[in-house]
Write a protein that binds this ligand. Structure first.
Ligand SMILES: Cc1ncc(COP(=O)(O)O)c(C=O)c1O
Length: 401
């Protein structure tokens, strides 16, 4: 049988997640005994805090091992409401919350219930790789606005206006941003909110990195700007990054009742509830002590400061100081046209592949995030790997002619 012919075109034409693909390549090399340093993964290197793990064990022993309501247990939804009120100044009732199998799943549900053919969805580049893929899967068109050439990686009100049409249904906003680490200031959020209100489109606010904001940067939830903005915003968050719980698969969305109800309907036919045990663990994450999060943030900040300084000391590399998340996104365009033994560095892909072959360091090409002049390095890994990784990159760049 010709299986390839049987696969639906929408899946065949979907891009593979390049961040996952690179991590897999690095793992494969490691299995072959190559000493690869991966600065590619978007996953905290810290372990899930002990109190959260203990809660999960207790919940298994207490028999919380059955189906739960599709949209999550009441305790967790109430904990999310409390968190949104306390930390984000947002008032939601539990019925306006849906818990899903990770923020990625929440975003997928949102795309599926809102978008269809002929809709346009604005995405600011650099963007998280999954946004355009999820939008395209619905038949809608991602409208990419490249912000990478502006110093503050932000679109101006005037430019945003030129991309808005009568078909614009939403903008996806990632704050703090993966991969740039940008944290949008209040005024910048107001620019976006104003355009959304004026032109009657929705805002999908992905805030999964909100806990990792450094120094005096201040993360503001766009939905908290005004009641009018809140009424057209769906806020997405989760426990993967904040509590080092990537494998537990808990994310959530808060938004207008009809949209959340549509997501519940979809989720009821697709996955039902996220894992019952993970839901109990996530409740503890949100309500329990937050000292581990503080510790992680302090560690990330030290690593960020180090990696930015080191990258900027490499000739041809220029790295903006990111205010949040755990990535740096240096510009490497000045290295294009330089030659290695294997050929010419033409773009972010050939640069990353040169660095992987020459220095055994894995990074993600900026092309995957819609900005080919850049590469993404994650500092969610131990300081020793970061130090050695950057040293190797520096040596490899020095060899370019
Ligand atoms: C911007 C962004 N949103 C959402 C997610 C997904 O998080 P989760 O593990 O909750 O699905 C990620 C994970 O890399 C991310 O970088």
């Amino acid at each position: 049988m010709e299986y390839h012919r049987m696969i639906a075109i929408k899946i065949k034409s979907m891009g593979e997640s390049s961040t996952i693909a690179i991590s897999q390549k690095a793992n494969l090399l490691r299995k072959k005994g190559v000493d690869v340093i991966s600065l590619a993964v978007g996953e905290p290197d810290f372990d899930t805090p002990e109190n959260i793990k203990e809660t999960a064990v207790k919940s298994i022993k207490a028999g919380f091992t059955k189906y739960t309501p599709v949209d999550g247990v009441d305790d967790l939804k109430e904990a999310i409401c409390l968190k949104l009120k306390r930390e984000n100044n947002l008032d939601y009732s539990p019925s306006e919350i849906i818990v899903s199998c990770g923020a990625k799943h929440s975003l997928y549900n949102i795309s599926q219930v809102l978008f269809e053919k002929d809709d346009e969805v604005i995405i600011l580049a650099p963007y998280w790789v999954t946004y355009p893929a999820q939008v395209e899967l619905t038949g809608a068109k991602p409208i990419i606005i490249d912000t990478s050439s502006s110093e503050d990686m932000m679109v101006s009100a005037r430019e945003l206006d030129t991309f808005v049409t009568s078909k614009t249904k939403a903008i996806i906003l990632n704050n703090p941003c993966n991969p740039s680490g940008k944290v949008y200031g209040k005024q910048e959020l107001e620019t976006i909110a104003h355009a959304a209100v004026e032109n009657n489109f929705l805002i999908i606010a992905d805030e999964v990195y909100e806990k990792f904001v450094y120094e005096d940067a201040n993360q503001v939830s766009v939905a908290a700007l005004s009641e009018e903005t809140k009424s057209r915003t769906i806020t997405v968050n989760g426990v993967s990054k904040a509590y080092a719980m990537t494998g537990w698969r808990i994310g959530y969305a808060a938004g207008p009742q009809p949209i959340i109800d549509a997501m519940k309907k979809l989720q009821g036919q697709i996955t039902t509830n996220p894992a019952s045990i993970s839901q109990h663990a996530a409740t503890e994450a949100l309500l329990g002590p937050q000292s581990d999060v503080d510790h992680m943030r302090k560690e990330y900040q030290k690593r960020r400061d180090y990696i930015v300084k080191e990258l900027n000391s490499i000739e041809g590399v220029s790295c903006r100081m990111p205010e949040g998340a755990f990535y740096v996104f240096p510009n490497i365009a000045n290295l294009f046209k330089k030659k290695s033994g294997a050929g010419v560095i033409r773009d972010s892909v050939s640069f990353c592949s040169y660095i992987l072959d020459e220095a055994c360091v894995a990074m993600v090409p900026g092309k995957a995030f819609g900005c080919d002049n850049f590469v993404r390095l994650s500092y969610a890994t131990d300081m020793q790997s970061i130090t050695e990784g950057v040293k190797r990159i520096k040596q490899a760049v020095d060899k370019l002619k």
